[in-house]
Design a protein around this ligand. Structure first.
Ligand code: NDP
Length: 237
């Protein structure tokens, strides 16, 4: 029987891409999965029907919505905060409101969701946040706000690991390199540049990231916390 059978899993930002692969992975192992979406209602409904999970509309840019969503999902065995956005362009020209929204989705939501989840999480609970190898290495211009946000998650995990460790709750950051999703298609215009930084010259698959998330949530990872787990074809090496 799967370790995840009937475990309660919440994925914030699960309608597409890496988040959808994580929903599929946990659902296929018998977990009771709930996931949020913001703009992709149709994709969310299809995924929910396909996997037997439940989809809830909840915008991660709103702190109170995030906190309420985690609270209303009841005691969670696993929280995955996957929702994230990127903004490209000259930092001198960017709209501060758009940057502020990025920080709310990419930094504030993971922080408040993790804290809220930990209130009721049982011993052995797992919190996994989707970072990026860009938290360690940003080799191109125009993505400083994204890099800031993904580096911030490293401090988040290190600090909260100390707070939650005495209760056996772990918190980890997964740091993908280029992964083939709508946000970063394998055949997109940046393909050659990105692959030039890598030892394994291809985009990763969302399922490969979901596998790492499942390991971190599983029975072998109880001693792994406050750590960054890079899966990037050596993009950041
Ligand atoms: P996609 O853009 O393909 O999917 C993003 C997902 O997050 C969607 O399900 C989307 O839901 C959800 N989401 C976005 N904004 C919000 C919001 N405000 N509220 C709720 N949900 C939201 O991205 P990826 O799958 O590529 O990326 C997922 C995570 O992985 C992100 O954190 C990203 O930074 C990280 N990452 C991705 C890499 C890549 O190369 N793909 C590399 C490194 C890290 P909806 O459509 O319903 O709004």
């Amino acid at each position: 029987m799967s370790f995840f059978k009937d475990k309660s899993v919440l994925v914030l930002g699960g309608s597409r891409g890496i988040g959808a692969a994580i929903v599929r992975r946990f659902a296929s192992e018998g977990a009771a999965v709930r996931f949020t979406f913001a703009g992709s209602e149709q994709a969310a409904e299809q995924l929910a029907a396909e996997t037997g999970s439940s989809a809830v509309e909840a915008d991660s840019s709103d702190r109170d919505v995030v906190i309420a969503q985690v609270r209303d999902s009841g005691p969670l065995d696993v929280l995955v905060v996957n929702a994230g956005i990127a903004i490209f362009g000259d930092s001198l020209e960017q709209d501060p409101d758009a940057i502020e929204r990025l920080f709310r989705i990419n930094i504030h939501a993971p922080y408040y969701a993790a804290v809220e989840a930990a209130r009721k999480m049982p011993q052995g609970g797992r919190i996994i946040i989707m970072g990026s190898v860009n938290g360690d290495r940003m080799p191109v211009p125009g993505m400083a706000s994204y890099a800031v946000s993904k580096s911030a998650l490293q401090g988040l995990a290190r600090g909260l690991a100390r707070d939650f460790g005495p209760r056996g709750i772990t918190i980890n950051v997964v740091q993908p390199g280029p992964i083939d999703t709508d946000a970063n298609p394998a055949e997109g215009p940046m393909k050659e540049l990105m692959h030039s930084f890598m030892a394994i010259k291809r985009h990763g698959r969302p399922e490969e990231v979901a596998g790492m998330v499942a390991w971190l949530a599983g029975p072998e990872a109880g001693f792994v916390t406050g750590a960054m787990h890079t899966i990037d074809g050596a993009f950041g090496a």
